[in-house]
Design a protein around this ligand. Structure first.
Ligand code: BES
Ligand code: ZN
Ligand code: ZN
Length: 505
């Protein structure tokens, strides 16, 4: 999908569909009060075209509520789509992102191939709102049914974002340009996640990362089993040993153009890239197991983030590592009770071979530090327990450092993604104590499973400022929403990119 930004009156723009946003100015809560709908445009022609139907009171401007008008009088557009943002004064740029997505997903199945979206005039920051609209539109264009031969809803080909002449053009341009980069990176991650296990092996994932790196000017190495042995990555290797598919250690590097001082931060991104998680010998029940193709969503988020970073060119060095493997049962597979020695030298008692993500990340995090990372972030579909704790609204974030967490909170304000902080505290360490090794790979009880997984990872980051994103509950959406298709969500990409940029000089 192509997007462009133009500065003209929306009424004068020919298009198949013009979307405009609306709020309810009546902010009182009483149940009998009537909505007072206001379109967020300063153009009288647009307001006039919708005035009659809006006065009927049918349309309440609730978030993502839509109202369609054919042949709107006085406008060049063939259709006018009003998209609600909720009560006036409450809407955020993220509501705008969703509303723009709602417009695109309305158009898509109706054969509308090009549309215009009018940027709202009131109360939004220009750069952030342009960015949000652009991201929302591009993210909304993705659908996961690529293997259906009767696939009908082709892409929306072009979206024109229409901004009034009065806007700060430079700010709007930056917002639009960055929105394109970040949303395309998110969709790229979704494309990787969407592939099934037979078409997305560790080797294929490595190939995709290398291809992307070449296209966008990043250094990239993809190592196989030999390198894991050479680096003594006993934890990572143990997960891959049961599979006929070799593991892949993917290392992508972004170097800023300006030379960095010795003391400059180096950001390490580490992603879980389990291309299929059967559970291994501790095999999962067959019901729902097909979903475990998305167990590389954390790794894909890092590849997507590196793609955006390569284009946004922040002034900070970034190393992206993806630990890719397939977790399979076989005569060569690791067994409960096995002892593995991680790259850091720590011994691990394997209690459950299905707790494999933390094993590959243990070596990935240690390796990132060895390569010079001063600040770490990992992303992983690590535990079912995080979804038990937080549902499918918030993903989990864990931090061993307040500054890193604060920077991440700020990044969330821009990305619009929802992450809720969970604790990493020494009292929980007890849970992963082993009687025969340094640690064991699962907690002694099922309680706090997302936290014990984070405690396990913490052992391998030591004092390096670190964030852990457990995205198991949100990486795959089971149902369509008005602004995003069911399937891989690409969660993490936007927030990780923004967090990395907060360290730029
Ligand atoms: N990949 C799973 C976690 C997962 C569950 C991701 C549901 C997406 C949806 C992970 O490797 C796993 O199996 N974790 C176990 C850990 C347990 C054995 C301690 C879990 O969550 O049950
Ligand atoms: Zn598992
Ligand atoms: Zn897993």
């Amino acid at each position: 999908m192509k997007t462009e930004l133009v500065f003209t009156p929306a009424a004068a723009l020919s298009s198949e569909l013009l979307a405009v946003f609306a709020v309810d100015n009546n902010t009182s809560k009483g149940k009998d009060t009537k909505p007072e709908i206001a379109l967020l445009t300063s153009e009288e022609a647009v307001k006039k075209a919708a005035a009659f139907v809006l006065s009927s009171g049918e349309f309440k401007a609730e978030a993502n509520e839509i109202l369609l008008l054919h042949a709107p009088e006085g406008l060049k557009a063939a259709r006018l789509l009003v998209v609600g943002l909720g009560k006036a004064g409450k809407a955020t740029p993220h509501d705008l992102r969703k509303a723009a997505g709602t417009a695109v997903r309305f158009a898509k199945p109706r054969g509308i191939r090009s549309l215009a979206i009018a940027a709202p005039t009131a109360s939004f920051d220009t750069e952030l709102s342009l960015r949000a609209i652009t991201e929302g539109a591009i993210v909304a264009d993705f659908d996961s049914d690529t293997y259906r031969t009767d696939r009908k809803d082709r892409s929306v080909e072009s979206v024109t974002v229409v901004a009034p002449e009065s806007f700060d053009k430079a700010a709007a341009d930056i917002g639009h340009r960055e929105g394109v980069i970040v949303a395309e990176a998110q969709n790229f991650a979704r494309t990787l996640i969407n592939e099934p296990g037979n078409r997305m092996t560790p080797t294929i994932l490595g190939g995709k990362a290398a291809e992307m790196a070449k296209e966008f000017g990043l250094a990239c190495e993809v190592y196989g089993a030999d390198k894991l042995h050479e680096l003594k990555m006993g934890a990572f290797w143990s997960v891959s040993q049961g599979s006929d598919e070799p593991p892949a250690l993917i290392v992508m590097t972004y170097e800023p153009a300006a030379p960095q001082s010795e003391s400059a931060p180096v950001i390490g991104l580490v992603g879980k890239g389990i291309t299929f998680d059967t559970g291994g010998i501790s095999i999962k029940p067959s019901e729902g197991m097909e979903k475990m193709k998305y167990d590389m969503a954390g790794g894909a988020a890092m590849i997507g983030a590196m793609r955006a970073i390569a284009q946004l060119k922040p002034g900070v060095k970034v190393i992206g590592i993806v630990c890719a493997a397939e977790n399979m049962p076989s005569g060569k597979a690791q067994k409960p009770g096995d002892i593995q020695i991680a790259m850091s030298g720590k011994s691990i008692e394997i209690i459950n071979t299905d707790a494999e993500g933390r094993l590959v990340l243990a070596d990935g995090l240690h390796y990132a530090r060895q390569l010079g990372a001063t600040h770490l972030i990992d992303a992983a579909t690590l535990t079912g327990a995080v979804a038990v704790a937080l549902g499918q609204i918030n993903a989990g974030v864990f931090a061993n450092n307040e500054d890193a967490f604060q920077q991440f909170s700020k990044a969330l304000e821009i990305s619009g993604e929802k992450f809720w902080r969970l604790p990493v505290e020494d009292e929980y360490r007890e849970q992963i104590r082993s009687s025969i090794a340094d640690i064991q790979n699962t907690g002694q009880t099922r309680y706090g499973g997302a936290i014990t997984a984070a405690m396990f990872l913490k052992e391998f980051v030591e004092d390096t400022p670190w964030l852990h994103l457990d995205i198991a509950g949100l990486a795959w959406l089971d149902a369509d929403k008005s602004w995003i298709a069911r399937g891989p969500s690409g969660i993490g990409v936007r927030s990780i990119v923004e967090w990395v940029r907060s360290y730029a000089d």
